[in-house]
Write a protein that binds this ligand. Structure first.
Ligand SMILES: CC(C)(COP(=O)(O)OP(=O)(O)OC[C@H]1O[C@@H](n2cnc3c(N)ncnc32)[C@H](O)[C@@H]1OP(=O)(O)O)[C@@H](O)C(=O)NCCC(=O)NCCS
Length: 166
């Protein structure tokens, strides 16, 4: 039922930016505050920012269920770590808890095998408890704590989580 649609056109980039705006404003004000959400959406998930990331090698996908875009994903190959990085995985609130992330992680695992990469990793805010619980269920383990200065007085206070692929 779930299809990963590679994002290549301007319309698709606009769709990802719209999803990002909605999902970030649903989920993150309670975790990082509205000011940081506004800053991060503009800096990292505007049309322009997404286009630049794609040019730099990020692979964006729409997560399509039937004809509905339920969320989005971005992957980056990290051969120096023998890893595929899950840079973004965001699902609309009304589509959560229905197995879409599990199915998505299975597709990502298949891609990693094809690319001969042996692990998946991601970063997640330390206070994003629901997502951390989901990632633990999906076989990821906490590996490190990372604090990154993202400008304007904001920091990202994250766990790095990793899953070894057999
Ligand atoms: C984190 C996220 C991607 C998970 O996606 P999802 O489609 O809801 O997850 P699934 O339904 O596939 O669930 C995967 C597993 O996690 C479990 N799970 C999902 N949400 C959970 C929660 N809130 N608490 C505990 N377990 C949870 C499920 O039970 C499932 O385990 P099971 O298959 O053993 O039963 C999604 O909740 C999301 O987009 N959250 C908001 C944005 C975000 O924080 N993204 C991550 C940024 S790093």
């Amino acid at each position: 039922m779930l299809k990963l649609i590679a994002v290549t056109s301007d319309d698709q980039i606009r769709k990802v930016a719209e999803l990002a705006h909605n999902i970030w404003n649903q989920h993150f004000p309670a975790i990082i505050g509205q000011d940081q959400v506004d800053y991060m959406v503009e800096r990292f998930q505007s049309d322009t920012a997404i286009r630049q990331q794609i040019l730099a090698g990020y692979r964006y996908y729409l997560l399509r269920v039937f004809d509905f875009d339920a969320g989005y994903l971005a992957l980056v190959e990290r051969p120096e770590r023998q890893s595929l990085q899950i840079s973004k995985l965001y699902i609309l609130q009304e589509w959560r808890g229905k197995g879409l992330a599990r199915e998505t992680v299975q597709s990502i695992t298949n891609m990693a095998h094809t690319l001969e990469l042996h692990r998946l990793y991601l970063t997640v805010n330390k206070f994003n408890h629901s997502s951390i619980s989901a990632y633990l269920k999906l076989g990821f383990e906490k590996k490190a704590e990372i604090v990154s200065d993202i400008g304007n007085g904001f920091v990202m206070d994250d766990y790095e989580m990793e899953r070894e692929l057999s």
